[in-house]
Ligand binder design. Structure first.
Ligand code: ADP
Ligand code: MG
Length: 426
């Protein structure tokens, strides 16, 4: 090993031994050469002794000073770190029961430095709700010889409650009995309060999000019920009245056989009534297609696909591996509305020429895929607007999920999954 690699204290000791050895070997010889007589030799020997004592003393002084300066620097850094992190160091001697606390401990705990401290007096400061847990953790760490690390509250003499983070480690004798425990206590009250605040606000956000979702679900449901009621009213009442009107007009037309002028006048009126009947049907269907209630989801999706193709010229195929989907009214309505919204997006944004929609029923869920061959969503994928948000909400409200992907072949695939027995449906 190289000399320069040795520890500083070893290097000093080695040098001292070498020089000391040389001194012992050669100094007497030099002295007797220099001294002319015995009394001069004695004087020189005294000087030599003095020189040795002085040199050793100076060396010891320099070494100690160096050590003290170093230690002071380390102490300063340590105490800065401790006070900046509001951390104190403690030690407990299990034999003598003596407790050492660094000044930070007194500041944290809020006790006078002259207060007599024992482990018992510290334990008394621990919050009554935490003391059992702390003792148990302490004993566990002693028996398992693992690090003791616990967060707990203390009540300061003034009544303030502080959160401490305590870490400790024990040293053991050869029989495995703990000799000494050394550890740190850190005041983490601010952090704990911030954490609690964060937890509270997260909880508040969660609750308000749940309320919003429930509200949105309720509004959807109300809207759907209203649409159904209006569609029925328009279709049944208005439709029937118009049909009755049409029949009356037809009867009138028959009775007026001889009056060709009047018959001619009736013709456009009949045409208007016919048109009105068609409009009423269209409005009712747009509000809520009766096929959904009368023939179920599969028939409604098939009808919607055909309608879409007829209106837009984009071919729209629909496949299903079941004849009736195992979904209740809420589930069927959600899937149907999501299908409509997706098709609206296709015609509005995709520039697609073909749409394939597939319904698949597994043991627990019903899945609908809407695949277009358009230009894809680009940067919108994963984000979406209010339309996509609404679709996702509808699905999630029933315990389902909506996923939008851009397959490598291009276009957009919307996949929505609704559980067959969704919780919390009304
Ligand atoms: N099938 C699709 N093909 C291409 N882009 C789409 C498709 N569906 C949605 N997008 C894009 O995603 C955006 C968000 O859609 P959406 O949430 O329904 O809002 P909106 O239709 O009101 O714009 C659309 O503006 C569009 O850019
Ligand atoms: Mg849209």
């Amino acid at each position: 090993m190289k000399f320069s690699r040795l520890r500083f204290d070893l290097r000093v000791a080695l040098l001292y031994m070498v020089f000391g050895g040389l001194w012992i070997l050669f100094s007497d010889r030099i002295m007797s050469d220099l001294a002319a007589d015995k009394s001069t030799l004695t004087t020189l020997q005294t000087y030599k002794g003095w020189a040795f004592v002085l040199a050793s003393g100076l060396m010891i002084y320099l070494l100690l000073r160096r050590d003290i300066v170093e230690r002071k620097k380390i102490d300063l850094r340590l105490s800065l770190a401790l006070s900046a992190t509001r951390t104190g160091v403690w030690e407990w001697d299990t034999k003598t029961n003596a407790v050492f606390w660094s000044p930070e401990c007194y500041d944290i705990v809020g006790m006078d430095r002259s207060t007599e401290k024992t482990l018992g007096s510290f334990l008394q400061l621990i919050h009554p709700d935490d003391v059992g847990r702390v003792k148990a953790a302490f004993e566990l760490s002693l028996s398992t010889r693992k690090l003791f690390a616990e967060d707990f509250r203390i009540v300061r003499p003034g009544g303030d409650v502080l959160w401490l983070h305590n870490v400790g480690k024990a040293e053991y004798d050869e029989n495995g009995r703990p000799l000494r425990l050394t550890g740190t206590m850190q005041d983490i009250t601010k952090r704990k309060h911030a954490e609690q605040e964060l937890q509270r606000s997260e909880e508040a956000i969660r609750v308000s999000r749940e309320r919003l979702r429930a509200l949105s679900g309720h509004l959807q449901q109300v809207r759907e019920e209203e649409r159904t009621a209006i569609a029925r009213e328009v279709h049944d009442e208005l439709g029937q009245q118009l049909t009755a009107l049409k029949m009356d007009l037809a009867l009138l037309q028959k009775r007026l056989r001889s009056n060709t002028d009047a018959i001619e006048k009736l013709k456009p009126i009949l045409a208007h009534v016919d048109h009105a009947i068609q409009t009423v049907r269209r409005i009712a269907t747009a509000l809520r297609p009766s096929i959904l209630d009368d023939f179920g989801l599969i028939a409604a999706l098939e009808w919607q696909a055909n309608e879409f193709q007829r209106r837009t010229g984009i071919t729209c195929a629909f496949e299903s591996d079941v004849e009736q989907a195992a979904l209740d009214n809420a589930g069927s309505t959600a899937l149907f509305r999501i299908f409509q919204e997706s098709l609206t997006n296709v015609v509005r944004h995709s520039e697609a020429t073909h749409v394939l929609s597939r319904l698949h029923q597994s043991e627990h869920d019903v899945t609908l895929e809407i695949i277009d061959n358009g230009k894809g969503m680009g940067t919108h994928v994963g984000v979406g607007g209010l339309g996509i948000l609404g679709m996702r909400e509808r699905a999630e409200l029933l315990g389902g999920a909506l996923d939008i992907q851009e397959p490598t072949g291009g276009g957009v695939t919307v996949m929505v999954k609704i559980p067959q027995h969704a919780k919390g449906r009304s």
